[in-house]
Design a protein around this ligand. Sequence first.
Ligand SMILES: Cc1ncc(COP(=O)(O)O)c(C=O)c1O
Length: 381
Amino acid sequence: MRSVYLDHAASTPVHPEVAEEMMRVMTSQYGNASSVHAYGREAKRLVSGSRDKMATLLGCMPDELVFTAGGTESDNLAILGTMEAVGLQGKHVITSAIEHHAVLHTCEELEKRGCEVTFLPVDDEGRVSVEEIANAIKENTVLITIMFGNNEVGTVQDIRTIGELAHSKNIVFHTDAVQALGTEHIVCRDFPVDLWSFSAHKINGPQGIGALVVKRGHVLSPRLFGGLQEKKRRAGTENIAGIVGFAKALELAVQGLDHRRAHYMMLRESFIESLTHEIGDEAFVVNGHPEFYMPHIINISFPGVSTETMLMNLDMEGIAAASGSACTSGSLEISHVLQAMSLSEKLLRSAIRFSFGLGNTRQEMEYTARKIGTILNRLRK
Ligand SMILES: Cc1ncc(COP(=O)(O)O)c(C=O)c1O
């Protein structure tokens, strides 16, 4: 049976060139970057070289880059680190209802610790209104955290305008750009953003390594205590192979960005075209924003067929897709993102996220659309 992987927003395969560099490091380098001997110096050289390379590619200073264990840790460090540095009690944070759980649950934790948090709604295309953010700002607002691009529906926010608004009121602005890296043009210094979260495994890098870009001068309270690594912002021996792999993945992603975008646009368009041909355009609805979206994520509802049933049938055909929801005790939860977009029950309960990657082809899109046609016919019978 053919197998088609359309869940790259969950995780991507490691690029062979990334794996090759990591393998070289893992098999030849075992020093600790904090050691003073030659082995340690070699480890340190690898970390510094990767940091310099990534800083150039991201448009930030090397000392603005903090390596973490992934997007979740970057979000936690950005949010808790910022708020603990100013004292949590009586402070206010603004976020949106469609953030990744790494942000939402961290904000809920802030509430437990005495902060006030406003969770802003979004429109039915998944966009946060800048006006509503402006109206939510109070005297005690310290932080605004709004994601760059949504991991379930792909909608991109107006990060530049939100950042300008935040800075005009002296408010810190954090964006979770985990899904946007590799498909959106990101040059950190060109945006009014103080904190950026990134993760390597969404761009064909290894799992378990991420980064937080912290604008110079911004003070963070650390989440981990121990050694002096990452300028005391993140203690712990560096994940050298992961860091080298992340730097290589970023290099490939940034150099190939226009090609990637064009490839994903082609996949998206041919998928919609093939679906229209196979099942007719009345049998499916594309959720998300029609103009401001990341091309590698498309969320589609097939009214009348539950998300669970479609995912199971796709899996039986060798096609891996996703719902936006986490799987708990065997049943799928309704997506908080689609709920926040106030989609009708029939769209909400039949939504599937397809997310593309480098290896996907037009033929796979046609194949998947054909299989969806077969599944719908089978279920109708
Ligand atoms: C938008 C977004 N933020 C954060 C994360 C968490 O990143 P990680 O898996 O590296 O912890 C993800 C991963 O799915 C994501 O899509």
